[in-house]
Write a protein that binds this ligand. Sequence first.
Ligand SMILES: Cc1cc2nc3c(=O)[nH]c(=O)nc-3n(C[C@H](O)[C@H](O)[C@H](O)COP(=O)(O)O)c2cc1C
Length: 384
Amino acid sequence: MLTVRTAGESHGPTLIALVEGLPAGLALDCAAIDAMLARRQRGPGRSKRQQIEVDRVEVLSGVKGGRTLGSPLALAIRNRDASMETLPNPPAPRPGHADLAGAYKYTSRDLRAVLERASARETAARTAAGAVAALLLREFNIQVVGHVLAIGGDRAAAAEVTLESCTLRDSSPFASLDPQADARWAQAIERAAAAGETLGGLFEVVGLGVPPGLGSFAQFDQRLDGRLAASLMSIPAVKGCEVGLGFAAAERLGSEVHDAIEVLPGAPWGGLHRPTNRAGGLEGGVSNGQPIVVRAAMKPIPTLKKGLPSVDLRSGSAVPATYQRSDICSVPAASVVGEAVVAFELARAFLEKHGGDTLDDVHQSFLRWRKRAQEIVGDGLESP
Ligand SMILES: Cc1cc2nc3c(=O)[nH]c(=O)nc-3n(C[C@H](O)[C@H](O)[C@H](O)COP(=O)(O)O)c2cc1C
């Protein structure tokens, strides 16, 4: 099974991702991993930390001659600001952070010890792991595209996500598909900065070319929609998630929600076509051959210049929460993390169905399944 564990503190020496379960023989394109790490660092409204750090992946194990060995892959990203041992311990927990909950958990007033690991800096390691997953998916013409949909309640114009969308998205400072929204959002961030405020927003992740049959309805925790939602909700500051129509489905009639099935000779996956994709590519917890469409809502950054009302844990007196260097808006960065975690979960589901020790085994399994999938309509298929 494909798994990832991460280690490392925000201002510790190194962030680590340990990826296990990759097949042997996958070309590990470090430039592609670095490009995704660089995208995670971008975006207007980021703190000075992003100018200090230049995230680059170092491969510590699991690769020989540029290809995976099938053994655990250890990825490292060095922190330039590795000042954890000398940074002060904030006296007052910051509302909206793990500070107070973590103090209770460890019955300690060492908030620095809590916030160093709770920090979203950890998402750099998960982005590196997701970039590796994306390399595996690309072998099978599957591409995952994340983009920003809204900032501070102002939505971008609706846009269909295709393979070409990446060029437009990568030319946008906000990782969006709407240059006009970018201009408005830039002003919104300036206004928020001047007012000592922060902004949240929405991002969408689309999986293109995802074959049907990934995930399972056989057991609740194998349902791919639930797994994708859990991945997205594990991103710090993500407070909601939708699949396909999502919350809008609850307000529509049944005939306005479900996707008809039609025969269309030449259509992928056996000549069946869905004229709409309101389900977001998932039915019964299994991919159905349509693009996977998931969205996530990110709350505004909880560290405010003014410092929200808090309490000095030693004296018990009311004080503003400690301010430390912080983003004003991280939605573009979160969209890249979202892309990474979705890629990872899709790669995991892909290998569950088509896995093998070597990349060649995976290709063979996929080809065998695809041949049978083309016979889905007609009398060619027997029961398993
Ligand atoms: C990419 C990214 C960057 C973030 N940067 C900051 C930041 O600079 N300052 C901050 O206070 N919170 C930041 N956050 C959000 C906090 O990490 C998060 O709100 C906090 O850890 C509490 O977790 P929760 O909101 O999920 O409860 C960021 C989140 C992400 C995904």
